[in-house]
Design a protein around this ligand. Structure first.
Ligand code: ZN
Length: 110
């Protein structure tokens, strides 16, 4: 007679992948972006219909996803200039991960 179940059930948190850094995180820790007929937009509710992609609320993830076209690829679309401006403005409002030891990379001394 094997008795299973220790009482406490683990809560299932939906996991999503940030398209920039490919790390998984809880759905609520990430910001959803959605492809709409008007282009790619931030989806604050996380419930908008359409193909979605997720990014950390971290400026660096956004910069990477936008610069390298990762977001567009994840959503199988092309980001329009006006949407890109919106997304960049949104990214600018995000906190930048504080790095006390920010090493400047000296390049091309000359
Ligand atoms: Zn990320």
């Amino acid at each position: 007679m094997a008795r299973k179940g220790a009482g406490a059930r683990p809560r299932r948190v939906p996991q999503r992948i940030c398209v920039a850094c490919r790390k998984t995180a809880g759905k609520r820790e990430l910001i959803r972006l959605v492809r709409t007929s008007e282009g790619v937009k931030v989806d604050p509710t996380g419930k908008a219909p359409g193909r979605g992609a997720y990014l950390h609320p971290d400026r660096r993830c956004w910069a990477r996803a936008l610069e390298r076209n990762m977001l567009a690829r994840a959503l199988r679309t092309q980001i329009r200039p006006e949407n890109l401006a919106e997304l960049q403005a949104y990214a600018a409002s995000l906190p930048e991960e504080s790095r006390p030891e920010d090493e400047p990379q000296g390049q091309g001394a000359g």
